[in-house]
Design a binder for this molecule. Structure first.
Ligand SMILES: Cc1ncc(COP(=O)(O)O)c(C=O)c1O
Length: 427
Protein backbone atom coordinates (compact mmCIF):
# COMPACT_ATOMS: atom_id res chain seq x y z
CA UNK A 1 0.00 0.00 0.00
CA UNK A 2 1.37 3.40 -0.93
CA UNK A 3 2.49 6.19 1.39
CA UNK A 4 -0.14 8.37 -0.26
CA UNK A 5 -2.88 6.03 0.91
CA UNK A 6 -1.46 6.07 4.43
CA UNK A 7 -1.40 9.86 4.39
CA UNK A 8 -5.03 9.84 3.27
CA UNK A 9 -5.98 7.53 6.18
CA UNK A 10 -4.22 9.84 8.63
CA UNK A 11 -6.00 12.84 7.12
CA UNK A 12 -9.37 11.12 7.54
CA UNK A 13 -8.56 10.37 11.19
CA UNK A 14 -7.54 13.96 11.83
CA UNK A 15 -10.83 15.16 10.37
CA UNK A 16 -12.89 12.62 12.36
CA UNK A 17 -11.07 11.52 15.53
CA UNK A 18 -13.72 9.10 16.87
CA UNK A 19 -13.60 7.92 20.49
CA UNK A 20 -10.42 5.86 20.66
CA UNK A 21 -9.12 7.97 23.54
CA UNK A 22 -11.83 6.47 25.75
CA UNK A 23 -10.35 2.96 25.38
CA UNK A 24 -7.25 0.99 26.29
CA UNK A 25 -5.71 -0.15 23.01
CA UNK A 26 -3.28 -3.09 23.35
CA UNK A 27 0.35 -2.50 22.38
CA UNK A 28 1.41 -3.90 19.02
CA UNK A 29 3.13 -7.26 19.02
CA UNK A 30 5.12 -6.50 15.90
CA UNK A 31 5.40 -4.02 13.05
CA UNK A 32 6.31 -0.37 13.19
CA UNK A 33 3.52 1.23 15.22
CA UNK A 34 3.31 1.25 19.03
CA UNK A 35 -0.40 0.37 19.27
CA UNK A 36 -2.13 -2.63 17.77
CA UNK A 37 -4.54 -2.11 14.92
CA UNK A 38 -7.36 -3.85 16.77
CA UNK A 39 -9.92 -5.31 14.37
CA UNK A 40 -11.23 -8.08 16.65
CA UNK A 41 -14.01 -6.17 18.44
CA UNK A 42 -16.47 -8.60 16.85
CA UNK A 43 -14.93 -11.21 19.15
CA UNK A 44 -13.93 -9.24 22.26
CA UNK A 45 -14.32 -5.48 22.52
CA UNK A 46 -11.65 -3.27 24.09
CA UNK A 47 -11.73 -2.06 27.67
CA UNK A 48 -13.20 1.42 28.19
CA UNK A 49 -10.86 3.53 30.34
CA UNK A 50 -13.75 4.32 32.68
CA UNK A 51 -14.42 0.68 33.55
CA UNK A 52 -11.66 0.14 36.11
CA UNK A 53 -12.59 3.13 38.34
CA UNK A 54 -16.28 2.36 38.19
CA UNK A 55 -15.63 -1.26 39.09
CA UNK A 56 -13.31 -0.24 41.92
CA UNK A 57 -16.01 2.06 43.28
CA UNK A 58 -18.42 -0.87 43.47
CA UNK A 59 -15.72 -2.99 45.17
CA UNK A 60 -15.08 -0.18 47.66
CA UNK A 61 -18.75 -0.09 48.53
CA UNK A 62 -18.55 -3.77 49.44
CA UNK A 63 -15.46 -3.22 51.63
CA UNK A 64 -17.05 -0.24 53.42
CA UNK A 65 -20.60 -1.47 53.76
CA UNK A 66 -20.69 -5.26 53.78
CA UNK A 67 -24.25 -6.50 53.56
CA UNK A 68 -25.60 -2.96 54.00
CA UNK A 69 -24.50 -2.25 50.46
CA UNK A 70 -27.65 -3.95 49.19
CA UNK A 71 -29.53 -0.79 50.15
CA UNK A 72 -26.92 1.77 51.23
CA UNK A 73 -24.36 1.65 48.40
CA UNK A 74 -24.27 4.67 46.12
CA UNK A 75 -25.60 2.26 43.51
CA UNK A 76 -27.57 -0.13 45.75
CA UNK A 77 -27.09 -3.76 44.78
CA UNK A 78 -30.67 -4.96 45.17
CA UNK A 79 -32.00 -2.97 42.21
CA UNK A 80 -28.59 -2.65 40.48
CA UNK A 81 -29.75 -4.37 37.29
CA UNK A 82 -32.33 -1.62 36.82
CA UNK A 83 -29.48 0.82 36.08
CA UNK A 84 -28.77 -1.18 32.94
CA UNK A 85 -32.33 -1.57 31.74
CA UNK A 86 -33.10 1.77 30.10
CA UNK A 87 -29.79 2.11 28.21
CA UNK A 88 -29.98 -1.52 27.07
CA UNK A 89 -33.55 -0.91 25.88
CA UNK A 90 -32.44 2.18 23.93
CA UNK A 91 -29.66 0.17 22.31
CA UNK A 92 -31.97 -2.51 20.91
CA UNK A 93 -35.08 -0.37 20.33
CA UNK A 94 -37.18 -1.82 23.11
CA UNK A 95 -39.35 -0.65 25.98
CA UNK A 96 -37.58 -0.75 29.36
CA UNK A 97 -40.13 -3.33 30.49
CA UNK A 98 -39.02 -5.56 27.61
CA UNK A 99 -35.29 -5.61 28.42
CA UNK A 100 -33.16 -7.06 31.18
CA UNK A 101 -29.46 -7.87 31.57
CA UNK A 102 -28.71 -11.27 33.14
CA UNK A 103 -26.73 -14.50 32.78
CA UNK A 104 -24.80 -15.33 29.63
CA UNK A 105 -26.05 -15.58 26.08
CA UNK A 106 -26.56 -19.30 25.58
CA UNK A 107 -28.07 -19.66 29.04
CA UNK A 108 -30.55 -16.93 28.13
CA UNK A 109 -31.37 -18.60 24.82
CA UNK A 110 -32.20 -21.76 26.74
CA UNK A 111 -34.35 -19.90 29.28
CA UNK A 112 -36.19 -18.19 26.44
CA UNK A 113 -36.68 -21.45 24.58
CA UNK A 114 -38.22 -22.91 27.73
CA UNK A 115 -40.97 -20.36 27.17
CA UNK A 116 -41.00 -19.98 23.41
CA UNK A 117 -40.11 -23.34 21.91
CA UNK A 118 -43.28 -25.31 22.42
CA UNK A 119 -43.48 -28.01 19.77
CA UNK A 120 -46.97 -29.39 19.21
CA UNK A 121 -48.54 -31.59 16.54
CA UNK A 122 -46.82 -31.12 13.20
CA UNK A 123 -45.36 -27.77 14.32
CA UNK A 124 -42.07 -28.93 15.83
CA UNK A 125 -39.25 -27.57 13.68
CA UNK A 126 -36.60 -25.06 14.71
CA UNK A 127 -35.12 -23.04 11.84
CA UNK A 128 -31.54 -21.80 12.13
CA UNK A 129 -28.83 -20.79 9.67
CA UNK A 130 -26.52 -23.51 8.43
CA UNK A 131 -23.65 -21.22 9.46
CA UNK A 132 -25.15 -20.64 12.92
CA UNK A 133 -22.66 -20.16 15.74
CA UNK A 134 -22.03 -23.66 17.17
CA UNK A 135 -23.40 -22.75 20.60
CA UNK A 136 -26.78 -21.97 19.01
CA UNK A 137 -26.70 -25.23 17.07
CA UNK A 138 -25.96 -27.22 20.19
CA UNK A 139 -28.58 -25.30 22.15
CA UNK A 140 -31.43 -25.92 19.68
CA UNK A 141 -30.47 -29.56 19.18
CA UNK A 142 -30.47 -30.10 22.93
CA UNK A 143 -33.87 -28.37 23.17
CA UNK A 144 -35.25 -30.78 20.55
CA UNK A 145 -33.91 -33.73 22.53
CA UNK A 146 -35.34 -32.23 25.73
CA UNK A 147 -38.78 -32.44 24.10
CA UNK A 148 -38.18 -36.05 23.04
CA UNK A 149 -37.64 -35.08 19.39
CA UNK A 150 -34.96 -36.15 16.93
CA UNK A 151 -32.62 -33.14 16.50
CA UNK A 152 -31.64 -34.22 12.98
CA UNK A 153 -35.19 -33.91 11.66
CA UNK A 154 -36.32 -31.14 14.03
CA UNK A 155 -33.58 -28.60 13.36
CA UNK A 156 -33.69 -27.15 9.84
CA UNK A 157 -30.48 -25.45 8.71
CA UNK A 158 -30.98 -22.85 5.99
CA UNK A 159 -27.98 -22.67 3.66
CA UNK A 160 -27.01 -20.13 1.00
CA UNK A 161 -27.62 -21.12 -2.62
CA UNK A 162 -24.82 -23.18 -4.20
CA UNK A 163 -21.90 -20.92 -5.04
CA UNK A 164 -23.12 -18.15 -2.70
CA UNK A 165 -21.79 -17.27 0.74
CA UNK A 166 -24.74 -15.54 2.36
CA UNK A 167 -28.47 -16.10 2.76
CA UNK A 168 -31.07 -14.38 0.63
CA UNK A 169 -34.03 -12.92 2.48
CA UNK A 170 -36.43 -14.30 -0.12
CA UNK A 171 -35.09 -17.82 0.43
CA UNK A 172 -35.77 -17.56 4.17
CA UNK A 173 -39.20 -16.00 3.80
CA UNK A 174 -39.94 -18.45 0.93
CA UNK A 175 -39.15 -21.39 3.21
CA UNK A 176 -41.39 -19.95 5.91
CA UNK A 177 -44.24 -19.40 3.44
CA UNK A 178 -43.98 -22.99 2.17
CA UNK A 179 -43.09 -24.91 5.34
CA UNK A 180 -44.05 -22.49 8.10
CA UNK A 181 -46.92 -24.69 9.32
CA UNK A 182 -44.24 -27.17 10.54
CA UNK A 183 -42.08 -24.52 12.22
CA UNK A 184 -42.39 -23.86 15.95
CA UNK A 185 -39.40 -21.54 16.27
CA UNK A 186 -37.20 -19.43 14.01
CA UNK A 187 -33.90 -18.60 15.77
CA UNK A 188 -31.41 -16.76 13.61
CA UNK A 189 -28.33 -14.61 14.14
CA UNK A 190 -29.14 -10.96 13.37
CA UNK A 191 -25.59 -10.51 12.07
CA UNK A 192 -23.96 -13.82 11.15
CA UNK A 193 -20.79 -14.44 13.12
CA UNK A 194 -18.88 -15.86 10.15
CA UNK A 195 -19.93 -13.85 7.13
CA UNK A 196 -20.95 -10.61 8.83
CA UNK A 197 -24.27 -10.69 6.96
CA UNK A 198 -27.01 -8.58 8.58
CA UNK A 199 -30.32 -10.32 7.97
CA UNK A 200 -33.51 -8.42 7.25
CA UNK A 201 -34.82 -8.83 10.79
CA UNK A 202 -38.20 -7.11 10.27
CA UNK A 203 -39.03 -8.98 7.03
CA UNK A 204 -38.03 -12.38 8.41
CA UNK A 205 -39.80 -11.74 11.70
CA UNK A 206 -42.96 -10.80 9.83
CA UNK A 207 -42.75 -13.90 7.62
CA UNK A 208 -42.16 -16.21 10.58
CA UNK A 209 -44.99 -14.75 12.62
CA UNK A 210 -47.35 -14.81 9.63
CA UNK A 211 -46.58 -18.54 9.37
CA UNK A 212 -47.58 -18.98 13.01
CA UNK A 213 -44.04 -19.54 14.34
CA UNK A 214 -42.32 -17.78 17.20
CA UNK A 215 -39.37 -15.67 16.02
CA UNK A 216 -36.32 -15.12 18.22
CA UNK A 217 -32.95 -13.54 17.39
CA UNK A 218 -29.41 -14.08 18.59
CA UNK A 219 -28.03 -10.55 18.45
CA UNK A 220 -24.49 -11.29 19.69
CA UNK A 221 -23.01 -9.66 16.59
CA UNK A 222 -25.74 -7.08 16.10
CA UNK A 223 -26.10 -5.34 19.49
CA UNK A 224 -23.99 -2.19 19.50
CA UNK A 225 -23.10 -2.82 15.85
CA UNK A 226 -26.28 -1.99 13.91
CA UNK A 227 -29.43 -0.02 14.76
CA UNK A 228 -32.21 -2.24 16.11
CA UNK A 229 -35.95 -1.68 16.69
CA UNK A 230 -36.98 -4.93 18.32
CA UNK A 231 -40.27 -3.63 19.69
CA UNK A 232 -41.47 -2.09 16.43
CA UNK A 233 -40.28 -5.08 14.42
CA UNK A 234 -42.53 -7.26 16.57
CA UNK A 235 -39.72 -9.66 17.43
CA UNK A 236 -40.92 -12.27 19.96
CA UNK A 237 -37.66 -12.53 21.87
CA UNK A 238 -33.94 -11.87 21.53
CA UNK A 239 -30.70 -12.27 23.44
CA UNK A 240 -27.22 -10.83 23.02
CA UNK A 241 -23.88 -10.87 24.80
CA UNK A 242 -21.98 -7.78 25.98
CA UNK A 243 -18.37 -8.79 25.36
CA UNK A 244 -18.20 -7.97 21.64
CA UNK A 245 -19.39 -4.55 20.48
CA UNK A 246 -20.57 -3.70 24.00
CA UNK A 247 -17.03 -3.79 25.41
CA UNK A 248 -18.01 -5.16 28.81
CA UNK A 249 -15.21 -7.72 29.19
CA UNK A 250 -14.62 -11.42 28.61
CA UNK A 251 -17.66 -13.53 29.44
CA UNK A 252 -19.67 -10.37 30.24
CA UNK A 253 -23.35 -10.58 31.04
CA UNK A 254 -25.98 -10.88 28.35
CA UNK A 255 -29.16 -9.01 27.50
CA UNK A 256 -32.66 -10.31 26.95
CA UNK A 257 -35.67 -8.90 25.13
CA UNK A 258 -39.19 -10.29 25.42
CA UNK A 259 -41.89 -8.42 23.52
CA UNK A 260 -44.52 -6.91 25.80
CA UNK A 261 -47.31 -8.92 24.17
CA UNK A 262 -45.91 -11.96 26.06
CA UNK A 263 -45.71 -10.23 29.43
CA UNK A 264 -47.99 -11.50 32.14
CA UNK A 265 -48.98 -14.52 30.04
CA UNK A 266 -49.48 -17.22 32.67
CA UNK A 267 -49.76 -19.92 30.02
CA UNK A 268 -46.06 -19.57 29.17
CA UNK A 269 -43.81 -22.06 30.93
CA UNK A 270 -40.87 -20.33 32.59
CA UNK A 271 -38.08 -21.32 34.96
CA UNK A 272 -38.16 -19.20 38.10
CA UNK A 273 -36.07 -18.15 41.10
CA UNK A 274 -36.37 -15.44 43.72
CA UNK A 275 -35.58 -12.66 41.22
CA UNK A 276 -38.59 -13.77 39.12
CA UNK A 277 -41.04 -12.54 41.69
CA UNK A 278 -42.00 -8.84 41.67
CA UNK A 279 -39.38 -6.76 43.53
CA UNK A 280 -41.80 -5.63 46.23
CA UNK A 281 -42.66 -9.27 47.07
CA UNK A 282 -39.06 -10.56 47.08
CA UNK A 283 -38.55 -10.43 50.82
CA UNK A 284 -41.98 -11.66 51.82
CA UNK A 285 -40.31 -15.08 51.69
CA UNK A 286 -43.53 -16.54 50.31
CA UNK A 287 -43.48 -20.09 48.91
CA UNK A 288 -45.15 -19.06 45.65
CA UNK A 289 -43.80 -16.34 43.35
CA UNK A 290 -45.77 -13.41 42.03
CA UNK A 291 -43.94 -12.47 38.82
CA UNK A 292 -44.24 -8.96 37.41
CA UNK A 293 -45.83 -8.45 33.98
CA UNK A 294 -42.44 -7.50 32.52
CA UNK A 295 -39.37 -9.27 31.18
CA UNK A 296 -38.03 -9.28 34.74
CA UNK A 297 -40.19 -12.34 35.32
CA UNK A 298 -37.50 -14.23 33.34
CA UNK A 299 -34.80 -13.31 35.87
CA UNK A 300 -33.81 -16.06 38.27
CA UNK A 301 -30.93 -15.04 40.52
CA UNK A 302 -29.79 -11.87 42.27
CA UNK A 303 -27.59 -9.68 40.07
CA UNK A 304 -23.78 -10.19 39.99
CA UNK A 305 -22.75 -6.60 40.74
CA UNK A 306 -19.11 -6.78 39.63
CA UNK A 307 -20.15 -8.25 36.30
CA UNK A 308 -22.86 -5.62 35.88
CA UNK A 309 -20.56 -2.66 36.53
CA UNK A 310 -18.68 -2.94 33.22
CA UNK A 311 -21.95 -3.34 31.30
CA UNK A 312 -23.32 -0.23 32.97
CA UNK A 313 -20.20 1.78 32.12
CA UNK A 314 -20.26 0.61 28.52
CA UNK A 315 -23.95 1.32 28.02
CA UNK A 316 -23.41 4.86 29.33
CA UNK A 317 -20.84 5.30 26.58
CA UNK A 318 -23.30 4.12 23.93
CA UNK A 319 -25.89 6.49 25.33
CA UNK A 320 -23.51 9.43 25.21
CA UNK A 321 -22.38 8.81 21.62
CA UNK A 322 -25.65 7.38 20.30
CA UNK A 323 -26.24 4.55 17.82
CA UNK A 324 -27.12 6.84 14.88
CA UNK A 325 -23.73 8.59 15.09
CA UNK A 326 -21.94 5.27 15.55
CA UNK A 327 -23.71 3.71 12.58
CA UNK A 328 -22.83 6.70 10.40
CA UNK A 329 -19.14 6.39 11.35
CA UNK A 330 -19.32 2.62 10.96
CA UNK A 331 -20.56 2.97 7.38
CA UNK A 332 -17.65 5.30 6.57
CA UNK A 333 -14.98 3.12 8.20
CA UNK A 334 -16.28 -0.16 6.80
CA UNK A 335 -16.71 1.32 3.33
CA UNK A 336 -13.14 2.60 3.52
CA UNK A 337 -11.78 -0.79 4.58
CA UNK A 338 -13.79 -2.44 1.80
CA UNK A 339 -12.27 -0.10 -0.78
CA UNK A 340 -8.74 -0.87 0.41
CA UNK A 341 -9.46 -4.61 0.59
CA UNK A 342 -10.69 -4.52 -3.00
CA UNK A 343 -7.29 -3.18 -4.02
CA UNK A 344 -5.44 -5.89 -2.08
CA UNK A 345 -7.63 -8.87 -2.94
CA UNK A 346 -7.36 -8.20 -6.70
CA UNK A 347 -4.60 -10.57 -7.82
CA UNK A 348 -4.42 -12.40 -4.50
CA UNK A 349 -6.23 -15.54 -3.31
CA UNK A 350 -8.52 -13.49 -1.05
CA UNK A 351 -12.28 -12.91 -1.38
CA UNK A 352 -14.53 -10.64 0.68
CA UNK A 353 -17.58 -12.80 1.48
CA UNK A 354 -19.55 -10.19 3.45
CA UNK A 355 -22.46 -8.64 1.49
CA UNK A 356 -21.43 -5.57 -0.52
CA UNK A 357 -24.57 -3.55 0.27
CA UNK A 358 -23.96 -1.56 3.49
CA UNK A 359 -27.57 -2.18 4.61
CA UNK A 360 -26.81 -5.92 4.65
CA UNK A 361 -23.88 -5.76 7.05
CA UNK A 362 -22.52 -4.15 10.20
CA UNK A 363 -18.86 -3.27 10.59
CA UNK A 364 -17.40 -6.74 10.06
CA UNK A 365 -15.82 -7.71 6.76
CA UNK A 366 -14.94 -11.39 6.38
CA UNK A 367 -12.28 -12.50 3.95
CA UNK A 368 -12.01 -16.06 2.64
CA UNK A 369 -8.44 -17.11 1.97
CA UNK A 370 -7.80 -19.42 -0.95
CA UNK A 371 -4.45 -20.74 0.22
CA UNK A 372 -2.89 -21.48 3.62
CA UNK A 373 -4.62 -21.48 7.00
CA UNK A 374 -6.63 -18.64 8.52
CA UNK A 375 -4.91 -19.17 11.89
CA UNK A 376 -1.48 -18.90 10.35
CA UNK A 377 -2.43 -15.73 8.49
CA UNK A 378 -3.79 -13.99 11.61
CA UNK A 379 -0.64 -14.97 13.53
CA UNK A 380 1.54 -13.37 10.88
CA UNK A 381 -0.66 -10.25 10.75
CA UNK A 382 -0.27 -9.91 14.48
CA UNK A 383 3.41 -10.70 14.95
CA UNK A 384 4.74 -9.08 11.81
CA UNK A 385 2.39 -6.08 11.57
CA UNK A 386 0.66 -5.58 14.92
CA UNK A 387 -2.75 -6.17 13.31
CA UNK A 388 -5.16 -8.10 15.52
CA UNK A 389 -7.91 -9.85 13.57
CA UNK A 390 -9.52 -13.18 14.17
CA UNK A 391 -9.54 -16.45 12.32
CA UNK A 392 -12.32 -18.94 11.82
CA UNK A 393 -10.73 -22.07 10.52
CA UNK A 394 -10.30 -23.32 7.95
CA UNK A 395 -10.37 -20.29 5.71
CA UNK A 396 -12.07 -17.15 7.06
CA UNK A 397 -10.40 -14.10 8.60
CA UNK A 398 -12.67 -11.46 10.12
CA UNK A 399 -11.89 -7.74 10.33
CA UNK A 400 -14.15 -5.42 12.30
CA UNK A 401 -13.41 -1.68 12.23
CA UNK A 402 -15.41 -0.81 15.33
CA UNK A 403 -16.67 2.78 15.12
CA UNK A 404 -16.02 3.56 18.79
CA UNK A 405 -12.28 2.93 18.71
CA UNK A 406 -11.04 1.84 15.28
CA UNK A 407 -9.49 4.37 12.93
CA UNK A 408 -9.03 4.84 9.21
CA UNK A 409 -5.34 4.23 9.81
CA UNK A 410 -6.18 0.85 11.38
CA UNK A 411 -8.02 -0.01 8.14
CA UNK A 412 -5.00 1.07 6.14
CA UNK A 413 -2.76 -1.11 8.32
CA UNK A 414 -4.98 -4.15 7.64
CA UNK A 415 -4.72 -3.67 3.89
CA UNK A 416 -1.00 -2.92 4.05
CA UNK A 417 -0.34 -5.99 6.20
CA UNK A 418 -2.40 -8.27 3.93
CA UNK A 419 -0.60 -6.96 0.87
CA UNK A 420 2.75 -7.71 2.50
CA UNK A 421 1.74 -11.11 3.91
CA UNK A 422 -0.28 -12.77 1.15
CA UNK A 423 1.80 -13.16 -1.93
CA UNK A 424 0.29 -12.34 -5.32
CA UNK A 425 2.08 -15.37 -6.77
CA UNK A 426 0.12 -17.72 -4.51
CA UNK A 427 -2.92 -17.57 -6.78
C1 LIG B 1 -23.66 -15.74 17.65
C2 LIG B 1 -23.21 -16.27 18.98
N1 LIG B 1 -24.07 -17.01 19.71
C3 LIG B 1 -23.70 -17.53 20.91
C4 LIG B 1 -22.44 -17.31 21.41
C5 LIG B 1 -22.06 -17.94 22.73
O1 LIG B 1 -22.10 -17.04 23.75
P1 LIG B 1 -21.93 -17.40 25.30
O2 LIG B 1 -20.66 -18.15 25.47
O3 LIG B 1 -21.87 -16.07 25.97
O4 LIG B 1 -23.11 -18.21 25.70
C6 LIG B 1 -21.52 -16.54 20.69
C7 LIG B 1 -20.16 -16.28 21.20
O5 LIG B 1 -19.31 -15.69 20.59
C8 LIG B 1 -21.92 -16.02 19.43
O6 LIG B 1 -21.07 -15.30 18.67
Amino acid sequence: MSNDTEAEALRLDAAEPGHRHLFHVPPADGGRYPEAAYLAGNSLGLQPRATRDELLADLDAWSRLGVEGHLAAERPWLPYHELLTAPAARLVGALPTETVVMNSLTVNLHLLMVSFYRPAGERTRIVIEDAAFPSDSYAVRSQARFHGLDPDSTVVRLAPRPGEDTLRTEDITGYLAAEGHTVALVLLGGVNYLTGELLDIPAITAAGRAAGAVVGWDLAHAAGNVPLSLHDWDVDFAAWCSYKYLNSGPGALAGVFVHERHHGDDSLPRFEGWWSTAAQTRFEMAPVSRPPATVEAWQISNPPIFAMGPVRTSLELFDSVGMPALRARSLRLTGYLERLLDEVTAGRPLTVITPREPRRRGCQLSVRIGAGSANELTKRLRHEHGVIADAREPDVVRFAPVPLYSTFHDCWRVADALAATVSEAAR
